[in-house]
Design a protein around this ligand. Structure first.
Ligand SMILES: Nc1ncnc2c1ncn2[C@@H]1O[C@H](COP(=O)(O)OP(=O)(O)OP(=O)(O)O)[C@@H](O)[C@H]1O
Ligand SMILES: [Mg+2]
Length: 381
């Protein structure tokens, strides 16, 4: 990543001039949030870099997994070998496909990988039923097109065109939600590293990818599955599964760190309470796994009870406490937030939640479990 590039992106996202109200960007891109860390890693980087990369694999790994001694924060919690495999995939001629349950940080990981490898995580296509090839490859400025005809001037590059010409990583979020024929426009960029622009002639009619270009796609296992991808496209990706965090203490620490950070950004000056977060993370893990800590079987919710969801409930609990009462939030707030965040409008899940609070919360020791139990009538319905 060049200093100029970082400065340009940072200026665009932070500049008060861009917004007369002086309001801060809610969530700047990873390369802006961690600009200082990326610059430090690049300056200290002794490792060999694959062609077109902003960092060596070892420095990229430290960026993602953290390095306490060097003051690099841990951003993704998970198996270090997953990160190694993901980085190696990106250095090969195959794309990287991150699959897994919703809320397991696939998007976050793809953002961090793109920021580490290319210094830019913003070349992103958000896949959906209405995604078109134009949004992925390129489109046209119609005024210029009519005035001058098709040329590189009237062409409006989309993430794939830019990633190929600039030699950067392109992120394709939720790729399996796109129609199959649209997904397949990635075939020749991935296999031959070339994209045709049939409207242009001469050397402009073919875009050859530069070093550093690759694609990171994500897909979650609850939406349309990767099985619906064409076999041809699947073959051009290395698949990596991102799993939910298996260890209670690690998940608790992550939820605490993320919720504290989100609450600060929301103007809340008290950190979340540890005992409240313990109740929250325990409840999430039990409702997700269908088993209590003691090993008793219970009904699992059909809604997604991911770590990402736990972070968002912890955030909402802190906001409720602070803005409604001026405290740090308590377990009774968890009940209020669970209905909207976790159970959504699913009546079966609400009934299961009620059973959980009645049968399991009551037996637990501790003030916050008691609060959770006492607040059970606040579930709607
Ligand atoms: N292993 C993890 N490491 C770091 N953060 C995590 C982890 N698991 C969950 N999170 C939390 O979840 C948030 C990221 O969720 P993200 O949107 O990336 O998930 P996702 O897998 O892309 O979900 P979806 O399939 O719904 O798109 C992070 O901001 C973080 O708070
Ligand atoms: Mg995602």
């Amino acid at each position: 990543m060049t200093a100029k590039h970082t400065a340009g992106t940072a200026a665009a996202q932070y500049s008060p001039g861009a917004d007369p109200g002086g309001k801060r960007v809610q969530r700047p891109a990873a390369e802006v949030r961690y600009a200082a860390e990326l610059a430090q890693l690049a300056a200290d980087d002794q490792g060999e870099r694959p062609p077109g990369w902003a960092l060596s694999l070892r420095a990229a790994r430290r960026f993602i997994l953290g390095d306490e001694q060097a003051g690099i924060s841990r951003k993704f919690v998970g198996d270090p070998s997953l990160i190694d495999r993901a980085l190696v995939s990106l250095a090969t001629s195959r794309g990287l496909m991150l699959v897994g349950e919703p809320g397991t940080a696939k998007s976050l990981l793809s953002e961090l990988l793109a920021a580490a490898v290319s210094g830019d995580s913003t070349l992103t296509v958000q896949g959906g039923a209405a995604t078109t090839e134009d949004q992925i490859k390129y489109s046209w400025n119609y005024a210029l097109l009519v005035a001058d005809g098709p040329s590189t001037k009237s062409l409006v590059p989309a993430p794939l065109y830019r990633g190929m010409t600039e030699g950067r990583v392109v992120r394709f979020e939720e790729i399996t939600r796109c129609p199959l024929e649209v997904q397949d426009c990635l075939l020749s960029p991935l296999s031959d590293r070339v994209m045709a622009v049939p409207e242009l002639t001469g050397e402009d009619a073919l875009v050859f990818a530069r070093e550093g270009f690759n694609i990171i796609a994500t897909a979650n296992t609850r939406d349309r599955g990767v099985n619906e991808m064409s076999a041809a496209l699947k073959r051009r990706f290395n698949f990596e599964t991102v799993f939910a965090i298996s260890d209670f203490a690690t998940e608790l620490a992550l939820v605490e760190q993320e919720a504290t950070h989100l609450l600060q950004g929301s103007g809340v000056t008290v950190p979340p309470r540890r005992d409240v977060l313990e109740v929250l993370v325990t409840a999430f893990r039990e409702l997700r796994g269908g088993k209590t800590e003691r090993g008793d079987a219970m009904e699992r919710l059909s809604s997604v009870m991911s770590t990402a969801e736990a972070v968002s409930v912890a955030h909402a609990v802190g906001l409720r406490g602070w803005f409604l009462r001026g405290d740090a939030g308590s377990a009774s707030d968890i009940v209020e937030c669970l209905a909207g965040t976790a159970a959504k409008d699913n009546n079966d899940d609400l009934a299961k939640l009620r059973t959980y609070l009645e049968q399991h919360a009551q037996r637990r020791k501790g003030d916050q479990w008691q609060e959770l139990y006492d607040a059970r009538h606040r579930l709607p319905g």
